[in-house]
Ligand binder design. Sequence first.
Ligand code: GDP
Ligand code: MG
Length: 453
Amino acid sequence: MPTGGTITALCTPAGASVRAMIRVSGPDVRDCVSKLFGIALGDRGVFQARCEFGGGDRDLPVQVVWYPGPKSYTGEDTVEIMLPGNRTLVGRVIDCLLGCDGVELAGPGEFSARAYLNHRLTLQQAEGIALRIAAEHDDELEAAGALLDGSYGDQCNEWATEITTLLALVEAGVDFSDQEDVIPIAPCDLHARLGILLDAVVAQIGTASGDRVHSDLPKVVFVGKPNAGKSSLFNALLGVQRATVSDQAGTTRDVIIEQMDLAKHVPGAGSVELVDLAGVGEAAIDSIDASAQTRALEVIEEAGVILWCDPAGVFDAESIALPTATPIVRVRTKSDLPLSTGLRTKTNNALAVCALDGTALGSLQRAIADAVSRRTGSGVGVFVPRHRRALIDSKDGIDAAIGHVDSTKRVIEEPELVAIGLRDALDALGELIGEVSPDDVLGRVFATFCVGK
Ligand SMILES: Nc1nc2c(ncn2[C@@H]2O[C@H](COP(=O)(O)OP(=O)(O)O)[C@@H](O)[C@H]2O)c(=O)[nH]1
Ligand SMILES: [Mg+2]
């Protein structure tokens, strides 16, 4: 990472705008500003100036905001030059700046990199800035905020502290294994604390872990009364007659799962599993229907996204108990049929679709893609690949550690193996928050565990 010289770049988007901002940062800022604008920079402040181009026959009023180091974004002497957002003018001012001794064009992210190197930003805050700039959705902005205000870093630190503590206790058990009466931590306590940790990390990653899910694809589940048109819509989305459609209530009795690639219709979206179910919310017509309904309710609990199908457009929450945390897309099925008079003006925020002629199936696919991203976008780690990898590695380590703890035993039988898993988990988190030294671990042994006892 190059440091030392003075760098400059346009910080606002290229193109026409009311205002553009050019930033200059580094040791030559004072000289450069005094040469170009005739300003002697003293205390932090805002200066009105003129920038002369070429022979002095034309000049441009600019505003110069001066941030002496180290209390600037980069930690170095910095000015921000405000000028009309015109490509040619911006180009001329930057040319003038580059004409000053020691000034070069900044590389991508170089201002933030300097801020990081000068301890003005943590790595996570720098990532937060990048994420905020690139954010297209509210949840990305929220995640960027959590990186920037440090709350995400605090969270990772808490996990690392807990792992460090547990590691210390487990290693204390190894070191004092010849002393029968010394049990730093009981297997059931360790198991419980690791379980809490694992759940928290898994929630942050945004998908369930290990054997708890068979497929990583989000399950998009069709929910509604018999004859709501669920199976027809399921077939229409897949483009094949997969599920049996009939006007007889209770036709669908099995759980039918098919994969659908949303990317074909929604750029950037992934694949999902469509799950067609028996209708629920009405009295069972026979014992097979009763067990199909019970199974359906179980699947609904596990849904990633619920498509709530109702041809009447009523969406009576009393009729079906739906999980509160799952994103729901309200689908008014059979949109070719008129609504009953009283409901005609009431849309209930539902998406009106018709399985027979394909009306609004594209909108439905986009709605599904949005709901899926809401579902998986629960954690910051989801948006920053480096974090996601580190969190998954950390999760794997905790998983491995738990695998070696038998909570029914009095002592931990394979503390070395537990410790290896915890070390892996800690190393991975360490990548996010900065190194955790072995001294740290040692310190905690003596802080939390009384050897003399
Ligand atoms: N007019 C109309 N009828 C539909 C539509 N979708 C389904 N149906 C009919 O509604 C009845 C029940 O459909 P089905 O998909 O089996 O409903 P399910 O019980 O919810 O799976 C069948 O007779 C379908 O032909 C639609 O969009 N428009
Ligand atoms: Mg059906």
